[in-house]
Design a protein around this ligand. Sequence first.
Ligand code: TRP
Ligand code: ZN
Length: 884
Amino acid sequence: MREHTPNTVYLKDYTPPDYLIETVDLFFELDEENTRVTSKLRIRRNPESPGEHRELELDGEQLVLESIRLNGRNLNAADYRLGDESLVLPGVPDRPFELEIVTRINPKANTALEGLYLSKDMLCTQCEAQGFRKITYFADRPDVMAKYTTTIVADKSRYPVLLSNGNRIATGELKNGRHWVKWEDPFKKPSYLFALVAGRLECLEDRYVTCSGREVTLQIFVEKHDLDKCDHAMQSLKNAMRWDEENFGREYDLDLYMIVAVGHFNMGAMENKGLNVFNTKYVLARPDTATDADYEHIEGVIGHEYFHNWTGNRITCRDWFQLSLKEGLTVFRDQEFSADRTSRAVKRIDEVNMLRTRQFAEDAGPLAHPVRPESYIEINNFYTLTVYEKGAEVVRMIQTLIGKEGFRKGTDLYFERHDGQAVTCDDFVKCMEDASGVDLAQFRLWYGQAGTPEVRISADYDATNRALNLTVRQSCPATPGQPVKAPFHIPLAIGLLAPDGTELPLRLDGETEPFAQKTRVLDVKASEQHFRFVGLAEKPVVSALRGFSAPVRLHLDRSVEELAFLFSHDPDPFNRWDAGQQLASQVILDLVDQYAEGETPAAADGPLTEAYRRVLSGNWPDLSYLALLLTLPSEEYISAAMKVIDPDAVHRARQTAKLALARTLEAEFRRLYETHHVDEAGRFDAEAVGRRRLKNACLAYLGMLESEEAYRLSVRQFRSARTMTDQISSLAVIVNGHHPEKAACLTEFYERWRAEDLVIDKWFTLQATCHLPGTLDRVKELLAHPAFDLKIPNRVCCLIGAFTQNNAVNFHARDGAGYEFLADQIIALNSLNPQVAARMLTALTPWRRYDEDRQQLMRRQLQRIAGLEKVSKDVYEVAMKSLS
Ligand code: TRP
Ligand code: ZN
């Protein structure tokens, strides 16, 4: 077991800092293994801190302290206390003073990728959330905001490019082939936004003229080999800058905006002021190396980091419990940006798919926590789907409740009131209330209560009075530390459809004026509430939770006929798609039951085929949307509806349903495939993307047939593809079947792309997600492949993450081999990269959802990990909470 149980940090213990740091002057003498950091701080007592004369306590980890000077005087060991994670100075002056600290660090030994580290030949930093303390001793908390200057000295041939936040204000040459650059960031910022990059980098440069006419230089730094893959990222950046001006009135504030792409990175990207650092996968794209999904993600993430400049950097978080203040809001902003850039309906469906499968699972398991958590052991474990995606839903609900105009007034007020401050989620909600006049007191519970609310709707048509009585009930399951919940304020968007598919008026009993819109948002606030709609000549079909207006589980008993009707007629594109998902889920879950009872079902399709046939005969302007209508719900989504998850039965049932559709609708899929399989250069526009998405969905159905014909089509597409979307889609069909040329195609693909890391990542994923037997053995072989490296997070996610999170049948093999394999990898990762290890470990967290045998096998591996002698905080917290 661990020697010391790590501390838990509580929101309720928050106190303002005793000391403020006004300026930070950093001086880096870079060296791969021995970097020297000199930090000069101007410090003063915080007039707002209640404490009397207190000690000055700075954070620091894995640092070698060389010297400390206070107001120019050298301190010796008796003047301070040095701990493993802190430096305490008991006697500091009451008046402002200067502290100079010299430390040494070893970037090469830093495989955790937090602080200053080496990625290939490049030195770079990652400071969020608490990485700055691995660079120098500092008050490493977001409510200490300071102005920074940074001087970097390094060997000129190895590190010709030296970057930090803000503007470059001076440069110079030194002897012994060294040079230096000095940077100044005019904006106050918390330490987590500090960044430094040094390396042999090439740069794509462009310019942008802001709405007030200021010219900004835009630079994207990459390795030379990747310079031809930056155009899309650059265009995305310009799109994002324009969009934020037009939609939120936000203008960029420095003369320079830099993005650096690095190959070793723990997450997606980081919004450091003026110097974003990105995972290469969210920058690099060329039609032949990146898929349409990659292109979309790049635009979304570039937007996300850019939008942080206002929501995150200019206005930051008071403490890490407020993380969703910046992340939820910024995700909401990037979602809206993407919706405007692509297809709003498709974007919404993609978001909800992820929320309903993965965030709902988080909310239903032992790691459930509120959007604003109350405690943590390791903050890095709280960059979760709940904080990000549910946090964005909470912001979206505010917009739904106070209207688009009210919301814009609210954000305007927020920027005006809090610019330059470190604030709380509550400060944000207060702005929304003050600007709109809408009371959000009960709404605030979304920040503090964990768990996914369940909403049950029953509809009762009263023919005599031409009225529809709706009863809406809500409840929320218990979550760790929160046995009982108060009712939420839920915006419930609703429409009523006549039997011919037209929308009916939404007049509530007692209203004289008819309601003008086709969709009406009901304020659901009590645990049981009644709504009576009048003036309805016929029994309507209820279209509820339109656009997924709240992150809840909806229960509304509907017949197969009603679902099929909505799937053909609902004008709300989200609900129309969702009706198809519910219909397909019912069909697949029926199959699951039949398997459980030992039956072999005869016909698997029936109503689903008919519904699909109608959809296929329609005329669809948005082909991406059509592709989604034709996609069966994921195994994950279907599993969520089961009491005890049976991964084998779910997989078999879904495959059976898919095969049945492929058999009956072969001709239609074939026709659509041929119509849209056109020779093309790989443009990334809605039409071309839609064609590819639809065509490849059809190819996946045809592939189910394992016919000569399907083999021919997929291998033809694989060999002639001009886009990565087409190539990888056909290869996926080949890999998941028994295509005679499978091995040859995989080898061809590897040989062709061996110099492109991001494409090789796809090669790993494709094999790791193959649902056929024998995959675990292949994954184990791939661990030994020369291109695999446990120190590269992208590789780990693409092989180990893909296998454990996107291959349920194989990961949950009855003998427990999948679990043991994962635990082995986590034990290795625990000492290399705790952040990534903890994230991988969450695949074992939902063990209670499985049968007794699997429960035991999963729990055994969790216990094995929790019992490690040198377990990191990150891994310890996930293992311990998963077991509890
Ligand atoms: N703030 C980043 C974002 O959401 C995410 C982030 C947090 C991060 N910690 C990180 C990225 C560590 C990389 C490494 O945009
Ligand atoms: Zn973010």
